[in-house]
Design a binder for this molecule. Structure first.
Ligand code: SPQ
Length: 448
């Protein structure tokens, strides 16, 4: 029998994922685990590096993005043991003690690495840092972080009028600010708060809607003085902070679980349990959206692990209905919009996703790319300036599509291909390794 999933190397050193769903049907059944949460993994490595004493990290994501963070902090003197998902040890070197690296720091594909790190580096007095990333990261906007950090006194220069990496940072003493952010972005918020840890006094960030709060939770666990004001949607840190190494346990990433939630909902005869998934309320917008679409999803065994809520998620085949979403729900599911678009292609009616213009400045323009690539497979999907409109029910056909080197696009298209007729080829599918290195083996396991 032909292999349903094959990864084919290409001449330009990428990989094409070929998917041929078995004609016998493929109910997805069993129990799986998803890799560690990417946002928490980055933060655990960073805070571990700047705390005093030892931090242990259980369940670290071994995706390319956290590997970039670990490499950058090693280059600045943090002792980070061999990376594995069991237990990583980080020997912190203190908040103001990052060493001047002898070469350019490379954040790879990771917006979280470069933006959060910038906040920390800006306050490292009398040291100089150059930071860059891959082609995608060098095209992503950095002014959103450079501007507030400059208000704190940071000296950061970059390409295109200080808006793009590579960036040059001359560390200096910073002053606290109160910053009213025009966007709900955890990277902007965290970058300013990290800078705030290094300076004397109170630094406040106000957001238009609440973005993920993993930094806030972890800052408090490491001993920083931090207060949250839910009425204003603001958070304040008091510097200079004294951080102490902690035992961090990283839950499974809900953004990775989302692929299986949608797969389980759209593939007939499925009943899947995804164990140990982080269900922090600032990240569970995808559960709410899918439940609103009448997806059969239940939370089991809900518990708190090292300060983060965790649950097992059960999904069964569902008759999905279209929804309209926007507003403050969007930051709570921003990374899941590509896979939500796949769910919408299998739902009854027209789904409208508004207020999601941030998707245009992610690893790819996720609005344009999902519209073009799902469209190639026969979905009725069109771009809005701030989102997508998808009318479900058109039968999808296997096609040659491209990830645009965006991990979430590669995996979303793979899930769509499970329910398409014929063979799909996803070009540059190796991008999945940014957040989910075992995505293809897990697909294989599920079909086992
Ligand atoms: O790290 P990066 O490349 O920005 O990754 C993405 C992703 O899809 O994995 C975004 F493209 O996640 C961001 C997320 O969109 C991770 C993140 C964080 O850990 O703080 C916050 C979000 O970005 P933002 O710009 O809204 O702050």
């Amino acid at each position: 029998m032909a292999q349903p999933f094959v990864l084919l190397p290409t001449e330009d050193s990428h990989q094409t994922l070929q998917i041929q769903p078995p004609s016998t049907g493929l109910g997805l059944r069993g129990r799986i685990r998803v890799p560690g949460d990417k946002s928490i993994s980055h933060r655990a490595l960073m805070l571990g590096a700047i705390a005093s004493g030892e931090t242990t990290i259980e369940g670290l994501l071994l995706g390319e993005d956290p590997l970039s963070t670990a490499a950058c902090f090693r280059a600045m003197g943090a002792e980070i043991s061999e990376l594995n998902s069991e237990r990583v040890r980080v020997k912190g070197i203190g908040l103001q003690n990052l060493q001047e690296p002898i070469d350019v720091l490379n954040a790879g594909n990771s917006g979280t690495t470069i933006r959060l790190m910038m906040g920390l580096l800006a306050g490292q007095r009398d040291r100089f840092f150059c930071v860059t990333g891959d082609e995608s990261l060098r095209s992503r906007p950095m002014a959103r972080v450079i501007q507030p950090l400059s208000q704190m006194g940071a000296e950061i220069r970059g390409r295109q009028g200080n808006t793009r990496a590579p960036l040059a940072i001359s560390g200096r003493s910073l002053q606290p600010i109160r910053y009213v952010s025009p966007i709900a972005s955890a990277q902007v918020k965290s970058s300013i708060l990290l800078a705030g840890l290094t300076c004397e006094g109170q630094t406040t960030v106000v957001e238009p809607a609440l973005s993920r709060d993993h930094s806030e939770r972890m800052f408090q666990a490491f001993g920083a003085k931090l207060t949250v004001n839910p009425e204003e949607i603001s958070v304040t840190v008091e510097g200079p902070a004294e951080l102490t190494g902690q035992a961090v346990v990283v839950p499974g990433d809900i953004s990775s679980a989302a692929f299986w939630l949608v797969a389980g909902a759209i593939v007939p005869d499925s009943d899947l349990l995804i164990e140990n998934v982080g269900v922090n309320p600032t990240r569970t917008g995808i559960l709410e959206a899918l439940q609103q679409m009448e997806a059969q999803i239940t939370l089991e065994n809900e518990r708190i692990v090292a300060g983060e809520p965790v649950a097992d998620l059960r999904v069964r085949s569902s008759n999905l209905q279209a929804i309209e979403i926007g507003g403050s729900l969007i930051p709570r599911l921003i990374d899941e919009v590509p896979i939500l678009a796949v769910a919408a292609a299998f739902a009854k009616g027209t789904t409208i996703i508004r207020d999601a213009e941030e998707l245009r400045v992610k690893e790819s323009d996720r609005i344009a790319v999902m519209a073009s690539e799902l469209g190639r497979m026969g979905a009725t999907i069109s771009e809005r300036p701030d989102g997508l409109e998808i009318t479900g029910g058109a039968a999808l056909q296997g096609a040659t599509v491209d990830s645009y080197t965006d991990h979430r696009i590669a995996m979303s298209l793979a899930i769509a291909a499970l329910q398409a007729k014929g063979q799909t080829q996803i070009q540059r599918a190796e991008a999945a390794a940014v957040s989910y290195p075992d995505f293809v083996p897990t697909l294989q396991q599920l079909l086992g």
